[in-house]
Write a protein that binds this ligand. Structure first.
Ligand SMILES: [Zn+2]
Length: 193
């Protein structure tokens, strides 16, 4: 009986997660990777979501999730936004930063729990950001680039000692986007180039 109850609870948890990710317009492949559901099952959940909410069928993005990291650091504004989302991963315990600055997974026990925490961080990001520009898939990509491939990491600013997300293969001037934006404003105010 207990095994059945646990299995049922586990299934419900996956179902809730799938619906949460559908609301964020996650790709079918991403939902499958987090829940273990089949493509057919995800498709049916999407169809029922659209029917129940009266929404037109979501424009489903096919194929693989975006994997490039350049858009995360393409400007000081975007780099600052990326950093805010990455810090929310730490806040929501989807990731942990060690004393040496290494990023590791949080204490989540399963892929479902990791995805729940990423969703929570993304929802906070949407709430706190005045003009969020990163889709859920980009948020997922950011998590992957920080935790799995290490293409992005937390660097520390020599000016203000704040952490910021940096491209592992780019030159790092130890200058955070917040300091950069402040300097840009200063240059504009004084009219210097
Ligand atoms: Zn700084």
């Amino acid at each position: 009986m207990r095994v059945t109850d646990d299995r049922y609870a586990g299934e419900m948890e996956k179902f809730d997660l799938a619906m949460r990710m559908i609301r964020h317009e996650a790709r079918t492949g991403t939902i499958r990777a987090c829940t273990g559901f089949t493509e057919d099952r995800v498709r049916k959940l999407v169809a029922s979501y659209c029917r129940d909410t009266g929404r037109p069928p979501l424009r489903r993005r096919r194929g693989k999730s975006p994997r490039q990291v350049a858009p995360f650091v393409s400007s000081a504004e975007r780099q600052a936004e990326t950093t805010r989302l990455a810090t929310l991963y730490v806040y929501c315990r989807a990731a942990r930063v060690t004393g040496e600055g290494q990023i590791t997974g949080g204490d989540a026990a399963s892929q479902v729990e990791i995805a729940q925490r990423v969703c929570q961080a993304y929802e906070l990001y949407q709430l706190l950001e005045s003009r969020p520009t990163l889709s859920f898939e980009w948020a997922w990509n950011l998590y992957h680039a920080l935790l799995v491939t290490g293409e992005l990491y937390f660097a520390w600013c020599a000016g203000c000692d704040a952490p910021y997300v940096q491209d592992r293969y780019a030159l790092d001037y130890e200058h955070c986007p917040a300091c950069e934006l402040r300097e840009q404003q200063g240059r504009r105010a004084t009219g210097s180039p």
